[in-house]
Design a protein around this ligand. Structure first.
Ligand code: FAD
Length: 741
């Protein structure tokens, strides 16, 4: 007897339902491809799944200056939905968010508990089908597709198809990487077995199993700390070794993890150093979260210098920004630092060519099997970053089918179309703007009820200038001066320097353009003090470094204003944060002050929040904030788009302010909404002299809103806003209007 055998035919077969694979599936399905999404475990989400429980992070984590770099697109849609339903970060609720997201797409068929173990080729360059059996159902499936996407993490489909791959660390010399070892080896970043414990309300005894390590008989606690404040859960650095093969030796590695985890729990329970008497283990994952194994080789291999120098790629389709974060190879038992976060100057671009195999013609690879060196992988490996490539590959598969071409053919002939398609689906592609000829909004005349001035006058808070401050604000054209609201308890001098970031996506103090020393008289009350700049800025921002001065107090407003950021320079003592230029530990880092902004004015006023921003092609800050902001009022505020002649509409798309500087990873558990996102609004179209209501939106919490406008003939649409989720003003990045084809 054999398992029953089934044949499944789809346009795109995705093997591995990690977050990048899910984003690829959703993108391809929304573009009309039929998709099989196959996962060998019962939960969606790979390492973020309920089984392993790692949270999704991206370009806005482990960094200093990556403001407004949070990914948009599908991964952000998933994260915002999770924030809404699950501020408590329960991993089982995250699972339900993922299940709902894929079930909402009728073109996706999900196969859980289905392990792919065989690849059949058409020729030595093309996969014909992949095959695997399903746990529990005694079924074997052959999945035939035009294109295949490997998101298995281990690159299993690539390996079985004969795709070129690497595993381990390249030598310094191969890609001229400063961070790489002198000699190449097989070592990788180690894995972690996750666990959780909970307070049961009664004393619980724990007897160390015979197989577990007695940590007190080792010297490991000289080098490693089991945190007192969070003893009840795993920490990422509870790692096994990265010096043995993560695939071939995976069973030995699991056993090593169990010895470690149950040994750590013994120490927590029985050393007397933790208030753990009533705690009991409630979950130990059945499999470790793997960090690194095979990397499949694409037409391009992303390397250290691409990331450090923020190289521009003509085939950029996504971005990253997490630090280069390589861990100690012996994991928990290493005597080295647990890791080093080598902080980048800003975000970097991900070229499309890292997402398809160089020698298998119909194979894409997303997730950690994408084509990078080991060093570059140290930053690309976070899930939101990998998901930007995942989404791009879903769209590329659609273009492959549309033009009957290969993934490489899309690179050669359709890369601009790929980028434009992705922008429409809210992907951030650094420096690329909407040039969609079908978007009628680009030719509309735009009006708005009001426009926010770029200033913050009302003070709500006072802080001593104990730390040096960094103040970032948008500027366009001649900037004579910036004024701050402050008072001094004695006559003093205020020293400042003004920088302009070189790249439009950056926010760092890079190119010094002005500096000065201002005499400040002692005063009882706040005074406005001018800091001369006298430089012309081309659609960018400036970073003013204001030197600490203990006799000065500065006025703040407890509000955010898009594109305006206040930072303070603090000591880096105790943290493993490394300077990218010197590769030495940083002495200081710039830390962002959240929900508070220095009171300021500029001369002349910077007109950066104008209505025309909603059709300027950028749906997020790049150089300037590129957003329309209403004055500090919501109800009754509106924007309208009009044309000289009537148009037949089909769809209106709004890209709302979703505070792209809001780090979802570190969300406060008591708030499940992003305040900036518009909650209630109505859409009208003009018929004759009056407006007819087309659509009413209530309780919205998403950034991208698509409005069906089929059948509408009009020369004007108007969007009237009623409420946000807490922000005192309306923020709208982009409006697109599509007509009947
Ligand atoms: C402990 C730990 C902490 C981390 N911390 C973070 C963090 O805070 N933030 C962050 O963003 N990233 C973090 N990472 C990194 C991140 O989790 C990974 O880089 C990421 O999950 C890789 O995504 P992936 O989809 O390539 O692989 P995975 O997430 O591993 O997903 C691969 C999927 O493929 C399935 N699969 C494998 N083989 C087969 C097969 N033969 N057939 C069918 N299905 C198969 C697997 O079951 C799995 O669901 C961490 C990793 C670990 C281990």
């Amino acid at each position: 007897m054999e398992f029953k055998h089934y044949r499944i035919d789809k346009d795109l077969i995705i093997i591995g339902a990690g977050v990048p694979g899910i984003c690829a599936a959703i993108q391809a399905a929304r573009l009309g491809l039929s998709v099989a999404l196959i996962n060998n475990r019962g939960y969606l989400g790979g390492n973020s799944s309920a089984e392993i429980g790692v949270s999704v992070d991206g370009a806005d984590g482990a960094q200093e200056f990556n403001h407004y770099s949070r990914e948009a697109g599908i991964v952000d849609e998933l994260r915002i939905e999770d924030l809404y339903r699950n501020p408590q970060k329960n991993r089982y609720i995250w699972d339900t968010v993922l299940i709902d997201a894929v079930r909402k797409e009728p073109n996706i068929q999900v196969f859980l508990n289905t392990n792919i173990d065989k690849v059949e080729m058409n020729s030595n360059k093309e996969i014909q089908y992949v095959s695997g059996s399903q746990l529990g159902s005694e079924k074997r499936f052959d999945f035939y597709g035009h294109f295949f996407l490997d998101d298995t993490g281990d690159g299993t489909v690539g390996y079985l198809s004969g795709a070129e791959y690497r595993m381990g660390r390249e030598a310094k010399s191969e890609f001229n990487e400063r961070i790489a070892p002198d000699k190449a080896d097989d070592y990788v970043i180690p894995s972690t077995l996750t666990f959780h414990a909970a307070d049961t309300g009664k004393p619980i005894r724990y007897i160390r199993p015979d197989f577990a390590i007695d940590l007190t008989k080792t010297d490991v606690l000289k080098y490693r700390v089991i945190p007192k404040n969070e003893f009840w859960r795993f920490h990422w650095f509870y790692e096994a070794t990265g010096k043995i093969n993560q695939i071939e030796n995976s069973e030995e590695i699991i056993q090593m993890h169990r010895e470690l985890v149950y040994g750590i729990w013994d120490y927590v329970k029985n050393s007397g150093e933790y208030p753990s008497e009533q705690y009991d283990l409630i979950y130990v994952a059945p499999v470790p979260g793997k960090r690194e194994s095979r990397r499949l080789m694409g037409d391009y291999i992303l390397k250290e210098s691409d990331i450090v120098e923020q190289k521009d790629f003509e085939d950029t389709v996504g971005h990253g920004g997490w630090s280069i974060d390589l861990h100690a190879l012996d994991g928990f038992f290493s005597k080295d630092l647990v890791n080093e976060h080598i902080f980048l100057k800003g975000i970097y671009q991900i070229p499309y060519r890292t997402g398809y195999s160089r020698n298998i013609d119909n194979l894409f690879m997303a997730g950690r099997c994408m084509s990078t060196t080991h060093v570059a992988f140290g930053t690309t490996r976070v899930m939101a970053t990998l998901s930007t490539l995942g989404q791009a590959l879903g769209a590329a598969a659609y273009l492959c089918c549309k033009y009957d071409t290969t993934p490489r053919g899309v690179y050669k002939n359709h890369i601009k179309e790929l980028q434009q398609l992705l922008l429409k689906y809210d992907q951030y592609i650094v420096g690329v703007k909407n040039e969609d000829p079908k978007d009628m909004a680009r030719k509309a005349e735009v009006r708005a009820s009001s426009i926010r001035k770029c200033m913050m006058e009302e003070d709500e808070d006072v802080r001593a200038l104990d730390n040096t401050l960094g103040f970032i604000l948008p500027a366009d054209g001649l900037l004579e001066s910036v004024s701050l609201k402050l008072k001094a308890s004695a006559d003093t001098e205020l020293r400042y320097k003004v920088y302009e970031p070189v790249k439009k996506e950056n926010y760092n103090p890079e190119n010094k353009i002005a500096e000065g020393v201002i005499k400040v008289k002692s005063s009882e009350s706040f005074i406005w003090v001018d800091l001369p700049v006298n430089r012309s800025i081309d659609k960018n921002k400036i970073f003013i470094e204001i030197e600490a001065n203990p006799v000065i107090k500065v006025a703040y407003a407890n509000k955010n204003l898009t594109g305006v950021v206040t930072m303070e320079k603090v000591s880096n003592k105790g943290a493993t944060l490394v300077d990218i230029d010197t590769l030495k530990m940083k002495e200081f880092i710039w830390r962002t002050l959240k929900t508070t902004t220095l009171c300021f004015r500029t001369k002349p006023e910077q007109d950066v929040y104008k209505a025309e921003n909603i059709i300027n092609g950028y749906a997020r800050p790049y150089g300037l904030p590129n957003i329309w902001l209403s004055d500090d009022k919501v109800e009754g505020e509106f924007v309208s788009l009009s044309w000289p002649e009537k148009k037949s509409l089909s769809e209106i798309i709004l890209y709302l302010d979703s505070d792209l500087n809001h780090r979802i990873h570190f969300r406060p558990a008591d708030n499940n909404l992003i305040p900036e996102i518009v909650k209630d609004y109505n859409v009208y179209y003009k018929s004759g002299d009056s407006y007819t209501k087309l659509h009413e939106v209530r309780d919205n919490h998403h950034r991208v809103n698509r409005i069906d406008a089929k059948g509408v003939q009009t020369d004007e649409i108007k969007i009237e806003f009623l409420a946000t989720n807490g922000c005192p003003r309306v923020g709208l990045y982009e409006v697109r209007v599509y007509g009947m084809e």
